[in-house]
Design a protein around this ligand. Structure first.
Ligand code: NAD
Length: 287
């Protein structure tokens, strides 16, 4: 069977075109661009690249993007004061604290300090709770991107068996909840799951969000399974691979996302979408 290979870059462009239209409409209505502010603590090279990409993408799509760079030895109090300052600034719609933070900082306390209506990463307990309750809120970007991929690929999760490998707050758990919301029968697998291979073989939809290169083999898949590979793993030779063995899986799956160029570009597109959504919701609330 020839699998449909998802072009995440093209799909992300489609999402971002929608973002551009909404950002322009917002600016025309309210006289300012939706604002996305990112706080970066320290000088981790990967984080520097991520935040620069977010800032550039925001500006390209008609948002006002700004990165606040704080030194690695920033205290918890200074960081919380910065978050509060951004919370109170009416021209800022989205606040994102780039994780991981340096070890001496309390990440949970920092996430808790972000105003839920500006929490564009969807990590605040209020937004997590809204997702659990099946209510509208700001949802984590990568899971939203995965769901949009399924939608665009014409995959309706209703009645299907889905497995999500990985149970992180950022990816695994929210994807599982979103699949459940779409009426899939969902299994959440993790590092203690017994016989992962057998559990994967039962699934019509496989989402891998583990961080282990090529963990899921082609031979584990049910023929015709839909495979969403969230993993991004850099090998010693510098190449990037997912959590699924792509070369094997592409021979068995009906739909598959490559790494790179699958889920990755959708994450940033959904961050921008969340920012526009936050701006629209805040404006509506303000009357
Ligand atoms: P994490 O480390 O927080 O969570 C990993 C999860 O995998 C855990 O729940 C753990 O129980 C599970 N796990 C570990 N070993 C396992 C095993 N052998 N079998 C089954 N489950 C196992 O990671 P995360 O933040 O959820 O990220 C997962 C992957 O997705 C990473 O590769 C990360 O780089 C990638 N990621 C990609 C994007 C994107 O935009 N494409 C965004 C976020 C994360």
């Amino acid at each position: 069977m020839a699998a449909t290979i998802i072009d995440g870059k093209a799909l992300a462009q489609k999402v971002r075109e929608e973002v551009r239209v909404r950002a322009k409409a917002f600016e025309e209505a309210f006289g300012r661009k939706p604002g996305l502010h990112v706080i970066l603590v320290g000088d981790d090279p990967a984080s520097q690249v991520y935040v620069r990409n977010k800032e550039r993408a925001a500006e390209k799509d008609g948002l006002a993007g700004l990165v606040h760079r704080l030194p690695a030895d920033t205290s918890q109090e200074t960081l919380l004061a910065k978050v509060r300052e951004l919370n109170e600034d009416d021209a800022i719609d989205g606040i994102l604290v780039q994780l991981p933070l340096p070890k001496h900082l309390d990440e949970l306390a920092v996430v808790d300090a972000i105003a839920p209506e500006k929490d564009v990463d969807g990590l605040h307990p209020v937004n997590a709770g809204l997702l659990v309750a099946g209510r509208d809120g700001l949802r984590p970007c990568t899971p939203s991107g995965c769901m949009r991929i399924l939608e665009e690929a014409g995959v309706d999760p209703s009645g299907k068996r889905a497995i999500v490998v990985g149970r992180s707050i950022l990816v695994g758990k929210p994807i599982a909840l979103m699949l459940l919301e779409k009426n899939a029968t969902v299994t959440i697998a993790h590092s203690r799951t017994a016989d992962l291979e057998a559990r994967v073989r039962e699934a019509d939809i496989v989402v891998a969000a583990v961080g282990k290169p090529e963990l899921v083999r082609g031979s584990w898949l049910k023929p015709g399974a839909v495979v969403i590979d969230v993993g991004i793993n850099r090998l010693a030779d510098g190449s990037l691979v997912g959590d699924v063995h792509y070369g094997e899986a592409v021979e068995v799956a009906s739909v598959i996302t490559p790494v790179p160029g699958g889920v990755g570009p959708m994450t940033i597109a959904h961050l921008l979408e969340n920012t526009v959504k936050a701006a629209e919701l805040r404006a509506r609330k303000a009357g």
